[in-house]
Write a protein that binds this ligand. Structure first.
Ligand code: GDP
Length: 430
């Protein structure tokens, strides 16, 4: 059976920790979209790790870590990541890379930087990892598939064809040096040698595994609101962040996905530009940012401070619906223990009307938060194992949010570690 772990919001909900936890009972952990532009932070017995390409299950030796066809594969980054974990004493993980995954080319990263420079203040806040140029090329049918690395004749024909187009932009739009075709061919040969031991037909491998009754975990990157179709377009990422896309990005049957765990954080954070209705500023935001996550809310890839806000029931209800949520994992609840009162965004006021349905972007930009203030619990809840043992106001906070979003909160995370988890029977569970 397949389980998916995905985000309800803007990313950084704590998917890495939940995946790492669920990976204990999984055989394959598959990345199905996105690239090295976002990161997961994982804390375990080996130390603290920031992963950008490898799925979060690499720390177990019973799992195979899989890069699906939907991923934007940056081969040198994957390599450095494998090295960084084996250097810290983690046993060499089993890794499979789809022969249908496409490759982030060195020029994708340059185009990302040049375009953000060109846009200046109007930029999208890209992490400049080449993701948008990569996916543009994939759909313009000038991308390079991993399988193509092994066909030298194809490469020798394709490189000049692709470079002709890229070089026009480099020269006339960005006024930058042209791509050296020979150097590019050499780079692709290096990539081929680096990736060769891992390449396989991932879809076929997973099909066999499912027939043998194995468990496959799909690990999403970012969250619903960054989905190119259903998110806050154009301030989105370039591949679908939804569990449904897991079927495509891993090459599996959609009906095999039986459980969809949508991760929601107990407050909000976002990176990049775009409307963020429940955003807070100043000292209030600084304190939450400093106390947030495990060591503060700063980007795992960029180190930049995240934008902070109160929990947003409107965005999260929508975020859970678009994922097809069967279970909500509610994370980082322990962090809110310092607050006397906790505001929660329960509606959006748009042109004088209050709604709880998440709107399209141009209306979202006009939305003002309708806040309800709940009492805090002023206690450290780390180490608690049963929902009933949480302070009353803390339980009430979880129950209130569950009712607002309408999806069952079956897991509550009260610390960054693998075992900091409270399983809960939800009245909304089917
Ligand atoms: P992801 O991209 O969705 O995996 O999110 P991040 O990597 O940004 O994870 C959020 C941060 O919160 C990481 O530093 C985690 O270690 C940490 N974290 C996850 N769950 C909890 C929790 O329940 N409590 C605390 N304090 N930190 C958590």
């Amino acid at each position: 059976m397949i389980k998916a772990v995905v985000g309800a919001n803007w990313g950084d909900e704590g998917k890495g920790k939940i995946t790492d936890m669920l990976a204990e009972k999984a055989d394959y952990i598959v990345r199905f979209q996105g690239g090295a532009n976002a990161g997961h932070t994982i804390v375990n017995d080996y130390g603290k790790f920031a992963l950008h390409t490898l799925p979060s299950g690499v720390f177990y030796n019973h799992t195979t870590s899989v890069i699906g066809n939907g991923v934007a594969l940056n081969i040198p980054i994957l390599f450095n990541e494998i090295k960084s974990i084996t250097d810290k004493g983690v046993p060499k993980p089993k890794i499979a890379v789809s022969n249908r995954a496409q490759i982030v080319m060195p020029y994708h990263i340059l185009f990302d930087q040049y375009e953000e420079e060109r846009l200046g203040k109007a930029s999208f806040g890209s992490t400049k990892s080449g993701i948008a140029p990569f996916y543009s090329d994939k759909y313009a049918k000038i991308g390079f598939q991993v399988s193509e690395l092994f066909d030298d004749e194809l490469l020798k024909e394709k490189i000049p064809r692709v470079c002709a187009q890229k070089n026009v932009l480099l020269e006339h739009l960005y006024h930058k040096p042209a791509i050296d075709e020979e150097e590019l061919l050499n780079t692709l040969h290096e990539y081929r040698d680096m990736i060769a031991p891992y390449v396989c037909d991932v879809s076929l491998m997973l099909d066999k595994a499912l027939k043998e009754g194995k468990t496959v975990l799909l690990e999403g990157q970012l969250g619903t609101l960054k989905d190119p179709d259903h998110g806050i377009y154009p301030m989105v990422t370039s591949s679908s962040t939804l569990a449904a896309y897991g079927a495509i990005g891993a090459g599996v049957a959609p009906y095999e996905i039986k459980q969809i765990v949508t991760v929601c954080k107990a407050y909000s954070s976002a990176v990049g530009a775009g409307a963020f209705v429940s955003e807070i500023f100043g000292d209030e935001a600084d304190e939450l940012r400093r106390r947030g996550g495990d060591g503060g809310e700063f980007g795992a890839t960029t180190g930049r401070p995240r934008r902070m806000g109160w929990f947003d029931c409107v965005a999260s209800k929508y975020g859970c619906r678009m994922q097809g949520t069967t279970d909500v994992a509610f994370t980082v609840l322990d962090v809110l223990g310092y607050l006397d009162e906790i505001p929660v965004c329960v509606g959006y006021e748009i042109d004088g009307e209050v709604t709880t349905d998440f709107p399209v972007t141009h209306l979202l930009e006009k939305a003002k938060p309708v806040l309800k203030t709940l009492p805090g619990w002023k206690e450290d809840i780390r180490g608690i194992k049963n929902f009933e043992d949480l302070p009353e106001n803390c339980r009430h906070y979880v129950e209130f949010i569950e009712e607002q979003i309408g999806y069952p909160i079956t897991m509550v995370s009260n610390g960054p570690g693998r075992n900091d988890i409270i399983y809960r029977k939800s009245p909304l569970s089917k």
